[in-house]
Structure formats: structure tokens, C-alpha cells
Unconditional design. Structure first.
Length: 395
């Protein structure tokens, strides 16, 4: 009887050990599964969490430079570009593409082989292309989404609201060829232009685009806008797509075309004009001085002109929504301008100032060092110097 009891006891012990092992194994497997789920779904949850973890309330305007990861060291004398990317700072140099969060911490980097890299921004993506080369790439702030090559050298590239990319190349038979790609890199529209394409602007939902071309008429440079829809395309007898509408020629070299709600603004080198949604000109403004810089946001366009005799500048703003053009003489030279919402930010030697759309001063901050350019993101201004990038608070 005792032997039988011992055998049963041993069996019960073995059974308990087996149950404990199974429980531990289940716990370990659950932890492993959870870790794998976190890693595999990082692109879905991390962008939301990252904004919470890194957002720091900005104090009043201050010229005090940020600490922590700032200043960001860069190669002195190299050609750097900086641009806002989904509340982060995107940088490009001759060999790399970087993304830093608001505190300056690098969250993504990628090496490229572009000889002349140029960045163009959409809502939450960056299109990086090789000007004069044959390659381009679409990036989010966390990864390279796709990379593609073209048959001919790239002249310009643009990005729309739904990550729709427009790439314009040279051609042996045509001055310009436009290729449009959807968010996955699939070619959805092509246009061969008998004139040089100078700009491509997508409509609000990227279901169509405004193609700006330049040519010559009567010995003068002229520009024209042609509007195409991707969802309804009519073709001519020779197989080319027919525009929904096109504007009359305007005697200026177009620099940029932007949509503002139901208006379209063409900004040229000697004048600007804005049109209604059917391509009919509503008003125009002929420049009185030489244009040195410009910036356009959703409703406001700001232009800086130089008064070379007095070594001062003039700010001209165009409010397309209300049809108001404002001129504001400034008592100093302005280097760069950027529009954010309905506020105009201008950079001068040793200072940055914010103004209303009418040119009235709002606030300013003094800088101890001269910087080449700047970029505003939320309540911060990022300053591009010779060998560093720094950040100041500016609401």
C-alpha cells in the first residue's frame, strides 16, 4: 500500500511540474507575441505617441537658443535644405536625408546618391528628387516609402495632398514630359507638353492638377495655366489629353502657382495674378521693384522686394480670399520670408519679425548671430547657420 501511495505522489508531483511548465511557457509566448505585435505595428502607433512624448510647451518669444540635441552640427559651407515635415524638421545635404523631432533628436536618416538633391513637401510626406538626374524618392518622417527612376533627366517634381507625385522630365521630342504617380508609386497620368513646364500644382484632393507652362510671344516670355482632371480625360486626335480649361497667356515668367480655396494664384518674376476656379483672371499686380523672395500659404502670399538705392525692402502681401493687396515699406533689408497661416515671418540680419497680412508688426526677436535661412514649425523657429542648426521659441 505504501509503494502505491509513493507512486501516486510522484505522479501528482510530475503533474504539478508539468502544469507549472505549461503556465510559464504560455506566459513567455504571450510576452513574445506582445513584443512582436508592438514591433510590427510600430508605424501605426509610434507616430501618435511620439508627438505626445516630445511635445514641450513653448514659452514666450526668446532669442535663447535651445539646449539638449541643439545645436545640430552640420558641415560648414555645404548646401543644406530644411523644411517642415509633419511637425518635424527634414534636412537634406549632398549625401543624406535626415528627420529630427522638435527637440532635435534624429528619428530617421537615409543615404542617397543624388548629385543635386531637392526637397518638395506635401502634407505629411517629402519628395526628394535629383535635379538633372533620374531618381526620386518619397519619404515619411519614419521611412522611405518608395524610390523610382526616370528615363530622362528630371526638371522639377511636386507633391500633392494625397502623396500624389508629379515628376517633369526632359524629352528628345518634347520640351517637357509630365508623369503623375499615386501614393503607391503607380503611374496614373502622363502629359507631353510642346511648351516648357515650369510648375505643377495639385488641386485640393489630388484628383487633378494645374500645369504651368512658359513660352514666347511677340518677343516676350509668357506663362499659361492648364487644368487637367485624372478621373475624366478627353483625348485629341493625336492622342494628347485635352485640358478642362486653360488661361490666357500672361506676360511674366511664372515662378510658382498655388491654389487658395477656390482661387488660383500665379506668382511671376514681374507680376502676379489670381484666377477663379474656371481660369478667369480676377486681378493682377505689377511689381515696382526687384523680387528677392516669396512665400505662399493657404490664403496669403508674401513677397519681398529690394530698394537698392536705400538698401531697404518692401513687403507686399496678397490676400486672395478677400482680394486685398497690401504694400508695406520696411526700414531694413529682409533676407527671407515665410508665411504660416495668416502671419508673415521675415528674417533680417540679426532679427526675425512677425507681421499681419497687412504688414503690421506683431512681435520680434533679436538674434546674436546671422543665419542663412529659417523654418517655422509650431511655436519654434529653426535657424540654418554656416555649420549648425539651432532653435528658438517664437509664438
Amino acid at each position: 500500500m505504501a509503494v502505491t501511495d509513493i507512486s501516486m505522489l510522484r505522479q501528482r508531483r510530475k503533474k504539478k511540474k508539468a502544469m507549472k511548465f505549461v503556465k510559464k511557457l504560455v506566459i513567455v509566448l504571450a510576452i513574445v507575441a506582445a513584443v512582436l505585435a508592438v514591433v510590427l505595428t510600430k508605424d501605426l502607433w509610434y507616430p501618435k505617441l511620439e508627438g505626445i512624448l516630445t511635445k514641450i510647451p513653448a514659452p514666450e518669444n526668446s532669442a535663447e537658443l535651445a539646449e539638449g540635441y541643439f545645436p545640430l552640427s552640420i558641415e560648414g559651407g555645404a548646401s543644406y535644405q530644411l523644411i517642415a515635415l509633419d511637425n518635424c524638421l527634414a534636412l537634406a545635404d549632398d549625401s543624406h536625408f535626415f528627420v529630427h523631432n522638435t527637440n532635435g533628436k534624429m528619428i530617421f536618416s537615409d543615404q542617397h546618391t543624388f548629385a543635386n538633391p531637392v526637397m518638395t513637401a506635401g502634407e505629411k510626406k517629402i519628395l526628394l528628387y535629383d535635379l538633372g538626374g533620374k531618381s526620386f524618392s518619397l519619404y515619411s518622417k519614419y521611412k522611405n516609402i518608395y524610390s523610382k527612376t526616370t528615363d530622362e533627366p528630371i526638371l522639377i517634381a511636386r507633391l500633392g495632398s494625397k502623396d500624389t507625385a508629379a515628376v517633369v522630365t526632359k524629352s528628345e521630342k518634347y520640351p517637357s514630359v509630365l508623369m503623375v504617380y499615386d501614393e503607391d508609386g503607380k503611374n496614373i497620368f502622363n502629359y507631353r507638353s510642346v511648351s516648357r513646364i515650369i510648375d505643377v500644382t495639385f488641386n485640393s484632393d489630388s484628383s487633378g492638377c494645374y500645369i504651368t507652362t512658359i513660352g514666347a510671344s511677340g518677343g516676350f516670355i509668357v506663362s499659361r495655366i492648364l487644368y487637367y482632371r485624372f478621373d475624366r480625360i478627353d483625348y485629341s486626335e493625336i492622342g494628347d489629353p485635352v485640358p478642362v480649361w486653360q488661361t490666357e497667356d500672361i506676360q511674366t515668367l511664372a515662378l510658382s502657382v498655388k491654389t487658395m480655396d477656390d482661387k488660383i494664384l500665379l506668382l511671376g518674376d514681374t507680376m502676379c495674378a489670381y484666377y477663379d476656379g474656371n481660369g478667369q483672371m480676377l486681378d493682377s499686380y505689377t511689381y515696382k521693384r526687384r523680387l528677392v523672395d516669396y512665400s505662399i500659404d493657404d490664403e496669403i502670399a508674401a513677397m519681398i522686394f529690394v530698394n537698392e538705392e536705400r538698401r531697404t525692402s518692401e513687403l507686399v502681401t496678397v490676400d486672395c480670399q478677400n482680394g486685398i493687396i497690401s504694400e508695406k515699406p520696411l526700414d531694413h533689408e529682409v533676407l527671407n520670408v515665410q508665411v504660416s497661416g495668416n502671419v508673415v515671418y521675415i528674417q533680417s540680419s540679426g532679427s526675425i519679425n512677425s507681421l499681419t497680412a497687412a504688414g503690421e508688426p506683431v512681435s520680434s526677436v533679436h538674434l546674436d548671430t546671422d543665419y542663412e535661412n529659417f523654418c517655422r514649425i509650431d511655436g519654434y523657429i529653426y535657424l540654418l547657420g554656416y555649420d549648425e542648426i539651432n532653435r528658438i521659441n517664437f509664438n
